[in-house]
Design a protein around this ligand. Structure first.
Ligand code: SF4
Ligand code: SF4
Length: 351
């Protein structure tokens, strides 16, 4: 926390999430980046030299924590070169992976200079279901081998599960698997359309009632929700300046769900690209007639403009799934519109 505060006081970012590639050995049914896991996109991805150049810029901007994600970063033949370069510069490195492309050679090198953590997605502990979700034969054995190698090498590991209507019944078994191996476990209950707008993953959502049964509570109000004016679309901390995202083509963009406007790091400095995305985020306002703007339950809702943009193509509109979930969470019936605001809305509509 102290380091974060120091970065804030110097107006320097602390974190960067760097998508090294959209390639992955798996094609999970729910994956939001799988639409770009196609040969046509691979050639556009950054070269080793370009990645090193961007890592230099990221380091100079003040970032301490870097997360290599994808796709699966381990699928890159040059992953170890990139990793060693980042470690030598002094970054604390986290890696998000499916585990499919982890090799003995990679583990040998990571053991010598371990990452802060590897976060590995494991969506089933039974072969048939795992491979039905990953859509790749032989992938279960590889995931299990990867977990074993990481544990044996004593590299910090976290297991994540994307809960869908395919694996909901197996959630407890995955939890027990992680517990038996003394591995931290984190489930994720929310699904989004793919980055190209394909909404197929949404059909795999578990129902709001099922989410409640899993013990999900009302979202925690973060300070930014109070700090921001009522008509600001972005209530999360994405515009705080604490961090930024880089895509596999070398662009900084507003948030994981919103990829435009984007700013190439071959053209802009990190400070200027961050300034431009912050300008976009801070100046994105609700339209007067937005239901979410006047919704009395918005503090209790997991809706956000990024999710709305991916699912509806517009940032300020409600998503029925989240309305339903909020209704379940608050025990209220339907959306409750504050009388005063409703009055103003009616007035505005006749003016
Ligand atoms: S996806 Fe939603 S919560 Fe996440 S950064 Fe974007 S707007 Fe904020
Ligand atoms: S409950 Fe529905 S209308 Fe209200 S903020 Fe959430 S998505 Fe918007």
């Amino acid at each position: 926390m102290q380091t974060h505060k120091k970065g804030w006081s110097l107006k320097r970012p602390n974190t960067c999430q760097f998508e090294l590639t959209f390639r992955c050995g798996l094609h999970c049914k729910h994956c939001y980046t799988d639409c770009y896991n196609r040969p046509a996109y691979f050639a556009k991805e950054l070269t080793t030299k370009q990645i090193k150049l961007i890592l230099d810029k990221i380091y100079d901007s003040g970032v301490i924590w870097i997360c290599f994600t994808g796709g699966d970063p381990f699928i890159r033949k040059d992953f170890l070169k990139i990793y060693k370069y980042a470690k030598k510069k002094g970054f604390l490195v986290s890696i998000f992976t499916s585990g499919y492309s982890i090799t003995e050679e990679i583990i040998r090198d990571l053991k010598k200079s371990p990452p802060f953590v590897i976060e590995l997605t494991l969506n089933s502990v039974t072969k048939d279901l795992y491979e039905r979700i990953s859509q790749v034969r032989g992938s279960f054995r590889k995931a299990m081998q990867a977990i074993e190698m990481i544990v044996d090498a004593k590299i910090p590991l976290k297991i994540k599960t994307q809960v869908t209507n395919d694996n909901l019944k197996e959630l407890n078994a995955i939890k027990s698997f992680a517990k038996d191996k003394k591995i931290n476990f984190v489930p994720d209950y929310y699904l989004y359309p793919r980055l190209d707008g394909d909404s197929a993953p949404c059909a795999l959502r578990i129902t709001p009632k099922e989410i409640i049964k899993l013990g999900v509570k009302l979202p925690l109000d973060c300070l930014t929700r109070f700090r921001k004016k009522n008509n600001h679309l972005f209530r999360c901390a994405v515009d705080s300046g604490d961090g930024f995202n880089v895509d596999p083509y070398g662009n900084i963009f507003p948030c994981l769900a919103i990829r435009e406007p984007k700013f190439s790091l071959f053209k802009y400095s990190i400070a200027s690209a961050m300034g431009k995305t912050a300008f976009f985020l801070r100046n994105s306002l609700f339209k007067d007639n937005s239901k979410c703007k006047i919704c009395k339950d918005k503090q209790s809702c997991y809706w956000c403009p990024g999710k709305a943009y991916l699912e509806k193509g517009q940032m300020g509109v409600p998503i029925e799934y989240y309305c339903e979930l909020t209704k379940e969470l608050t025990g209220l019936v339907g959306e409750r519109i504050n009388d005063r605001e409703e009055g103003q809305l009616l007035l505005a509509s006749v003016m």
